[in-house]
Design a protein around this ligand. Structure first.
Ligand code: FES
Length: 171
């Protein structure tokens, strides 16, 4: 039987508590250090999100200045890519794949189940700040769809019932 649960980092079931508090000086250091990269906007934004857990609104002018872009251009990139959060995440982040393969294998029912059971919507965080629910557009696990990530752990063939069980592990 194939393993349907894979940790994609060394951490197991890591919560999102490890993010640094927003610090403009640190953001400037990150932006400056990566500004030389081709297409630097995306790597900088990813690094900022890895560092702080989301893209703080004050990061926009910092990135714009480092890359000689307008603020609107940076906002456009942040808004276009679903991976970027514009508010601090909950203690745990649950990402549901809405890619084609997962949609065809019950992904939509999974979304509805999680939105109902958590009383929140995709892109939002539960009222107690415990869980952020977000969409992904292919988690690279199409053969085991529908797929879902709970923090750093990837799960395949996730039924609504199984999703409930997975959430119980972080409750
Ligand atoms: S479409 Fe969902 S993992 Fe690829």
């Amino acid at each position: 039987m194939r393993d349907e649960s894979v940790s994609v980092t060394d951490a197991t079931q890591a919560s999102t508590r490890d993010f640094a508090a927003w610090e403009p000086g640190r953001a400037e250091t990150i932006a400056t250090a990566l500004a030389h990269l081709p297409g630097a906007c995306l790597p900088i934004l990813h690094e900022l999100q890895d560092e702080f857990g989301y893209i703080h609104q004050d990061a926009i002018p910092i990135v714009a200045e480092a890359l000689n872009l307008s603020r609107a251009e940076v906002v456009g990139v942040v808004s276009f890519y679903h991976d970027f959060r514009q508010a601090p995440p909950g203690e745990h982040v649950v990402r549901i794949c809405r890619g084609e393969a997962c949609q065809s294998m019950g992904g939509e029912a999974l979304v509805e189940h999680l939105e109902t059971s958590l009383a929140t919507k995709l892109g939002d965080t539960t009222s107690d700040g415990a869980i952020s629910l977000s969409a992904a557009y292919c988690l690279g696990n199409c053969a085991l769809s529908p797929a879902m990530m709970v923090d750093d752990r990837l799960h395949g063939r996730v039924t609504p019932e199984r999703a409930t069980g997975l959430l119980a592990t972080i409750a």
